[in-house]
Ligand binder design. Structure first.
Ligand code: RP5
Length: 159
């Protein structure tokens, strides 16, 4: 089981590394590449087709500006695609958000918040966990740990 992480430019790497860090934390296999829907469309297609053949279960795709990458990936696969709009221009990610979220009917892309690479990876973990009980337990433990931290912070506030 594997996740494909794609970003449109090396300038997206600082944010998209956060998705890789989450997958590392859960021990979920992934491949991360720079491939652009506009500058290198053939490479995007080849990567998506290869990963699908290698047993990928989802794609995480981050792009800024006229962010067509997640939608283009969705056109090449029936696997779930999680789009991450990136803050890369004077429009601060609103351009990418609207480009990614407003997919045509019949072609869904799960759209995260601007720069939401961490949540994109967590959603990929959830998708992979539907077919992996160990991963499901690990994700439940992650949630429990998060809840415990909130409760602890409130305890301190009440002291
Ligand atoms: C998009 O354009 C990329 O995803 C990046 O966020 C943005 C700017 O790319 P560069 O000009 O920095 O390569 O395609």
């Amino acid at each position: 089981m594997k996740i494909g992480i794609v970003m449109g430019s090396d300038s997206d790497l600082a944010v998209m590394k956060k998705a890789a860090a989450v997958l590392d934390e859960f021990g979920l296999d992934y491949e991360m590449v720079i491939a652009s829907a506009h500058r290198t469309p053939a490479e995007v297609k080849a990567f998506v087709e290869r990963l699908e053949a290698e047993g990928a279960v989802a794609f995480v795709a981050g792009a800024g500006a006229a962010a067509h990458l997640p939608g283009v990936i969705a056109s090449f696969t029936t696997l779930p695609v999680i789009g991450v709009p990136l803050n890369a221009t004077a429009l601060k990610g609103m351009d990418a958000l609207l480009a990614i979220v407003q997919m045509p009917s019949g072609m869904p892309v799960a759209t995260m918040a601007v720069d939401g690479a961490k949540n994109a990876a967590l959603l990929a973990v959830q998708i992979a966990a539907t077919a992996d009980a160990k991963l499901r337990d690990a994700y439940k433990a992650y949630r429990a740990d998060m809840a415990a931290k909130v409760i602890e912070k409130n305890k301190k506030l009440q002291e």
